[in-house]
Design a binder for this molecule. Sequence first.
Ligand SMILES: [Zn+2]
Length: 382
Amino acid sequence: MKYCKKCLTTNLRPNAEFNASQICIACEFAASDYTPQLASDKNLRDLKSWISQLKKKNQFKKYNDQYDCIVGVSGGKDSTRQAHWVRDRLGMNPLLVCGAYPPKQMTSIGAENISNLISMGFDLEIVCPAPKSAARLSLEAFRLFGNVCKSTELALFSVVPQVALEKKIQFIFWGENPALQVGDRATLGVNPFDGSNLRSLNTLSDGGIEWIEKCVGRKSAFYRYPSLADMNKKGINIVYLGPAWDDWSTFENASYAALQGLTLRPESMRETGDTSGASMLDEEFTNINMMLRYFKFGFGRATDDVNEAIRSGRLSRTEGAKIAQEFDGVCSDEIIERYCEYTEISVNEFWRVAISFVNQDLFSVASGQRPKPLFKVGHDFD
Ligand SMILES: [Zn+2]
């Protein structure tokens, strides 16, 4: 396992890419002209000009003379900021679309935060999967891929372009560009705002969707990401806002959203490993996924958070490594018990499956214990 020399991204991250000096693409980007802190006005102008080019090319028309774009929201910290930013900075009128978690999975904080968005004066369309098939798919994805959120993530990303197609709303705005924020090479587009390759995001493309069709039959429509041909036919564009945003980061978004009434995570970071207190507030099984990802690839959510802080100069690489070493992979027994209840399996069965996905080159595994890392965060490991 090799680490980026500037941050703590490892070469085991799916679709990661390092340059000849062992620097990841997110760090390369942070040091380029597009560094938001260096050139925010220019970036905003570039974004606006990209939007007008796309408008011209696709003979832009508002939907019902009312909405000119969709902002995909979850009720978390990024949603609040994105909705405001599109309205206030771009002067556009968004329809918010939320691919929601089924009632049993959504937390009450998630529901409160969605209400908070509506009370700010936005129109919101919520699409929610059938609860029983959602639970079955979560368990199936856990067994097949060691990923308890794969189907919900697919739904969350797919519902938004589905609604755009149905209503022919030509712009979809997302916040982060995954290529530039976390280094997913496959999603790079023709410029930092271009989201046409979002469909190649590891989480969406890896494993196909045949397993979903097999598991829940016709209820799989909800989880299907629209084809590129269909999107092009209706002139629908996906645009990332993050690169034009002078202070887009987990940290800044959480502070902004909290000041706008967002409810933060009440549990301690000793239970969830969430060092921001503001990640993925709308459901709690993501914490399990972050732990599983840590066992598979050697990096967890704390690494993602500190990487941002390192690139923005708020933390040194050494300080970041200490935090990641302590909080990567943290997830309380209580959260795991609630997941077992949700999917109707025993805690023993949970760990049997979880252990089968542990990378045993990186972790030592002993019965009755959680896997222990053999590596030290930030140090290349053979
Ligand atoms: Zn890096």
